[in-house]
Write a protein of this length. Structure first.
Lengths: 363, 221
């Protein structure tokens, strides 16, 4: 029988403290702008605490625009009024990263186009071959820095980009947009709607979903536990904890036993029983600053609330995003997962899991 | 010194002076016998090759001179490599002006209209006809390329080599575009013609002579 190895995937685990000077938690959050869902897991809590509800992503708006040409993002007017004036994120929806063209605009001012070979040869913008297609590349990544000095009216590069996206191929996509205006901005969102009033714009709200359990077993975690797999002194295998968090968020049956028919999965040892367990997931286009706010709220909640031994915050990136962390290429092989989880402890230490799939550059 | 000079010659050296200079063979036989003895001489002498015909010897340099002169005469026609070395194919920088070649384009348009007026509407025949046409002077554009910076280069075709097109653009720049990795289009009135450069790597003269190309399956670059 043929034995095919499982496709390679990466899981990176870090342990640090939020107070530590060189802690990289903010860098990892801000480097991952295309977020599809955020999830909070609170063992011991009956319902979502007010401190977290105050910063929940439902407060944010994001939009869906149909048939928007990419060239709208590249114009100098749009860049100075919108992109340099706040945090702007956009991602094409309904396009698959492994066989379509995918477009994203990052808050850092980069336009990312992941295109297949045929479009690349016609479009006339130079890019780099994808890292995952071998010697005869079938996919190319084009990255354009919209904040660069050369991206101004009258410059050659600017004219070329406008020409390629407007006259050469006028590519239109459905886009998800989100924009947080900067502090000094009075006009607010109306500025964005004004600029794009030619196109159909729909408000989309963030969806929330709850999972609640009673009298559930949770793993008993020790923040200073060694990260290496060392089961001799009764400590957890740290990867099993990540697996457990995943099963809870999927709302699968975790109270099985060895004689259970459908699943014999049990909570990793050692474990304790808690009265309540709650998990809430928000999905939509979630901004980086929202996640940062949520993490600070979660930190203070875990510190103040005695009934919660620890808490977890998981962020999922879009499956079909062209990038994962920073400008690292992201692809879709067997799955397109790119996610990270913070396990937060009362003593301000945290564990950070970063998980990427096969066609991903290790962050 | 004087004593040695005016001494009598040794007897041997003038004993055979009556031998004429012409009889080389005889002289050598005699000389060998004298130096080596009868037996050894009879063995060696047959192997010595004496050039009997002195006339032919003197005529040899004359012939080579004639050869040389003929070679020189042939060299007056320049070979392709010579032309390349003398930079006859290169268009001097002061002639890199788009406006200079506009009349060439007009001329080419007239030529193409004339060519196509005789052609049938059948696409297969039209293709064969177009293959035989000269493209110098056409307004040609790169529509697809493996290297994206070539895409959009547009101008009048000035030179066609086996593997490249040399195009002068409206910015008065002469650009050399490789055929093999690009796709080109040109228009004659309403007819838009696409050239798949990969299958077009032929010298323009050969193309006109052959008039037919291999059918290829792929148009992928």
């Amino acid at each position: 029988m043929a034995n095919f190895p499982a496709p390679k995937s990466n899981l990176i685990i870090e342990r640090s403290s939020f107070k530590h000077q060189k802690s990289r938690h903010l860098a990892y959050i801000s480097g991952h702008p295309l977020n599809y869902a955020v999830e909070v897991l609170l063992p011991g809590a009956k319902s979502l605490p007010d401190s977290l509800a105050d910063v929940s992503p439902t407060l944010d708006d994001f939009f869906l625009i149909r048939d928007l040409p990419i060239v709208e993002f590249v114009g100098e007017d749009f860049i100075t009024k919108i992109m340099k004036n706040g945090q702007f994120t956009a991602l094409s929806v309904g396009t698959k990263v492994d066989n379509d063209m995918v477009v994203a605009v990052l808050p850092t001012g980069h336009l990312i186009l992941s295109v297949d070979k045929d479009i690349y040869q016609v479009l006339g913008l130079s890019g780099k071959p994808s890292k995952f297609t071998g010697l005869d590349p079938a996919r190319y990544m084009i990255q354009i820095d919209l904040f660069s000095e050369n991206h101004k009216k009258g410059k050659k590069q600017y004219d070329r980009i406008i020409w390629a996206l407007k006259d050469r191929l006028n590519l239109c996509f459905n886009f998800l947009l989100s924009w947080e205006p900067g502090d000094g901005n009075v006009a607010g969102l109306s500025q964005l709607t004004q600029l794009l009033d030619k196109y159909k714009m729909e408000d989309v709200s963030v969806k929330a979903a709850d999972t609640k359990r009673k009298f559930s077993l949770i793993p008993e975690l020790n923040s200073c536990q060694k990260l290496k797999e060392d089961e001799s002194n009764g400590a957890h295998n740290i990867r099993e904890v990540f697996e457990w968090i995943g099963t809870v968020s999927c709302d699968s049956n975790i109270a099985g036993g060895p004689e259970e028919y459908s699943s014999c999965y049990t909570c990793p040892e050692p474990c304790v029983e808690v009265k309540n367990l709650m998990c809430r997931q928000w999905s939509g286009l979630i901004t980086v600053s929202r996640i940062q706010k949520m993490l600070t709220a979660l930190r203070s909640f875990v510190m103040s609330d005695t009934s919660t031994p620890w808490a977890a915050l998981t962020v999922h990136g879009f499956e079909d995003a062209p990038i994962s962390w920073w400008k690292n290429e992201h692809g879709y092989h067997k799955d397109g997962s790119n996610l990270y989880t913070f396990v937060v402890f009362p003593d301000e230490t945290y564990w950070l899991y970063l998980a990427v799939s096969t066609h991903d550059v290790c962050p | 010194m004087d004593e040695i000079l005016y001494q009598e010659l040794p007897r041997q050296s003038y004993a055979n002076r009556n031998l004429r200079t012409g009889d080389g063979e005889k002289y050598i036989n005699h000389f060998m016998k004298q130096k080596l003895g009868d037996k050894a001489a009879s063995e060696i002498v047959p192997h010595i090759n004496i050039d009997k015909d002195r006339k032919s010897k003197s005529s040899k340099p004359e012939k080579s001179r004639r050869e040389k002169s003929s070679r020189l005469r042939r060299k007056r026609v320049l070979s392709n490599t010579d032309k390349k070395e003398m930079k006859l194919f290169e268009i001097p920088l002061e002639q890199h002006r788009y406006n200079l070649y506009k009349p060439l384009h007009e001329l080419w348009l007239a030529y193409m209209r004339d060519c196509l007026s005789h052609a049938t509407k059948d696409k297969m025949n039209l293709g064969v006809k177009l293959l035989k046409c000269d493209l110098h002077g056409s307004l040609i554009q790169v529509t697809k390329s493996k290297c994206p910076t070539y895409v959009g280069v547009c101008g009048i075709l000035l030179q066609e080599t086996k593997n490249t097109f040399k195009i002068i653009t409206e910015e008065n720049k002469l650009k050399t575009v490789p055929k093999s990795s690009c796709e080109f289009t040109f228009t004659v009135d309403e007819l838009v013609v696409t050239i798949h450069g990969k299958h077009f790597c032929v010298r323009s003269s050969d193309r006109a002579m052959k008039g037919r190309m291999k059918d290829r399956v792929t148009i992928d670059l």
